[in-house]
Design a protein around this ligand. Structure first.
Ligand code: ADP
Ligand code: ASP
Ligand code: MG
Length: 474
């Protein structure tokens, strides 16, 4: 008997029809004798609506958050009516939906009265999406004869209080999942758990960052000793590039943890960048599959990278980023300037996406999300006050409207010529490369280019990942 953790994304649970598909997938697996741990997202669009609701509440736009709340409520009640057979279970779920939505409106009323929200309040609001969907889905499963039971993950995934991007406290999370959830699974229960959501020790809801229910899936897979984590989504698997950018994108039959980690970190929305962390050490295989095309085997993600016969495996890009450059004549040979810059960036609460240093040592540059650029500049310049006064460091320059494009493939490691092919491709497209960095794992190369050339660059590089003759094998 295998234990499978299955995470279903927003589109996969986005409508009554889609939820029926989810129930079928889980029921079939249980019938085959598997133990299934189900982790679900909010219905598609609901988290965005909640984000809007609390923001508009803070601005005093009562009508907006009330009408948003009405829409969310109606969608879940409609799903409950369609998916749960008439009777006590349906009534109880509808009462829970009403109660949760009342709480949501009460919180928004308070935010509106105060004229501001806090990260802690935001997380309480964001958690409603998964708390609503999971209740409807669990009841729909019971209606189909499964012994399904809904859980708020705040009971299991204990996190710090970095609201909106909380970090799990591992020992406690492990002991709760092993101590409180595993016995129920042993009893034959199919748990249906909120993705994305955690809770502090003192009982406040937290969230793991947007798109974080993939990460939740991995956490539950790890501590239930699952034999496999299946990420059910709305595409056939991990593809050679974002299919919305290039229709020629193909599904990769297999890819390594490391490669998929790079893809996710550098912008492939199909997986949250932290997803591989909890399962990597344990070697739990992960599969990305399509809820709407169950005949497709999807992408298998394991430790080993399958060799490929194309120049690269996949291409990703990130927009809305800024390139920050620290320069100065007096920087040469002075130790610690880069270190202090990155610490100052970290202190401003910002993650660096990419770092690149010119060999002259007279400048180095790094990429951060555009909305953080100004804050990082201030933080770094205040750290370098003395050096700037001495004119050893000129300061921090911000270049906006740039993008990071990344090519990924473990085959690049030690293969001469890959970087050359990549750059000559960009050159032939007349795309100007502003900065370059090679991932430490040597399975990716990233570069900064102008945002206006991003799509063109992705399309051109993607040809190197397609094995239909356009790419020349190396
Ligand atoms: P879910 O709600 O199931 O978590 P997401 O919308 O978060 O789904 O992620 C799936 C989407 O990621 C796909 O619909 C696709 O548009 C996008 N995507 C971006 N890059 C890739 C890629 N390399 N492979 C597959 N999908 C990708
Ligand atoms: N519902 C959350 C979001 O939209 C988490 C997720 O779907 O992964 O970000
Ligand atoms: Mg997602």
């Amino acid at each position: 008997m295998s234990t499978l953790t299955m995470k279903f994304g927003g589109t996969s649970v986005g409508s009554p029809d889609a939820i029926n598909g989810v129930v079928r997938i889980v029921a079939e697996s249980v019938q085959q004798g598997n133990r299934v741990v189900v982790v679900v997202s909010a219905m598609a669009g609901v988290t965005d609506m909640l984000v809007t609701a609390v923001r508009e509440a803070a601005l005093g736009n009562r009508w907006v958050y009330l009408s948003t709340a009405q829409k969310i409520r109606d969608r879940h009640i409609e799903a409950a009516n369609l998916l749960i057979p008439p009777g006590a279970d349906r009534n109880a779920v509808i009462a829970e939906i009403e109660a949760l939505m009342e709480q949501h409106v009460e919180i928004c009323n308070a935010v509106s009265m105060l004229g501001e929200s806090t990260p802690r309040i935001n997380d309480a609001v964001f958690s409603f999406g998964e708390r609503l969907s999971s209740r409807v889905i669990a009841a729909a499963m019971r209606g189909h004869g499964l012994r399904a039971q809904q859980f708020d993950a705040s009971q299991f995934v204990i996190t710090n209080d970095h609201f909106t991007s909380a970090v799990p406290i591992w020992e406690e999370t492990e002991s709760r999942i092993r101590g409180q959830l595993l016995p129920l699974i042993d009893d034959g229960i199919t748990p249906v758990i909120t993705g994305f959501v955690g809770g502090t020790r003192s009982g406040h809801f937290t969230t793991l960052g947007r798109g974080g229910s993939d990460y939740s899936g991995a956490i539950f897979a790890a501590y239930t000793d699952s034999d496999e984590l299946v990420i059910w989504t709305d595409v056939d698997g991990v593809m050679t590039t974002d299919p919305r950018v290039d229709k020629r994108a193909r599904v990769l039959p297999s890819i390594s943890y490391q490669e998929v980690g790079e893809l996710a970190f550098y912008g492939a929305k199909v997986l949250h960048p932290k997803t591989v962390q909890p399962i990597l050490k344990r070697g739990i295989p992960m599969r990305v599959r399509n809820t709407f095309n169950t005949a497709h085997p999807g992408t298998l993600i394991t430790k080993v990278a399958e060799p490929i016969n194309t120049v690269i495996k996949a291409v990703t890009s990130i927009k809305n980023v800024s390139l920050l450059t620290v320069s100065g004549q007096g920087m040469m040979g002075v130790p610690g300037i880069a270190g202090r810059t990155f610490l100052a960036t970290a202190h401003s609460g910002t993650s660096i996406l990419m770092i690149s240093q010119a060999s002259s040592e007279q400048n180095f540059c790094f990429v951060v999300p555009q909305e953080r650029a100004q804050m990082v500049k201030q933080s770094v310049e205040s750290e370098m006050k003395a050096e700037i006064a001495r004119q050893d460091v000129d300061g921090v320059d911000i270049l906006n409207d740039v993008a990071v494009v990344t090519v990924v493939g473990a085959g690049m490691r030690g293969t001469p010529g890959v970087a050359g092919r990549v750059f000559s491709t960009l050159g032939s497209q007349r795309v100007n490369v502003i900065a370059i960095a090679q991932g430490a794992s040597e399975c990716s190369i990233s570069f900064v280019i102008s945002e206006s050339e991003r799509e063109q660059a992705v399309l051109a590089l993607h040809a190197l990942a397609l094995d239909d003759g356009e790419a020349i094998p190396i």
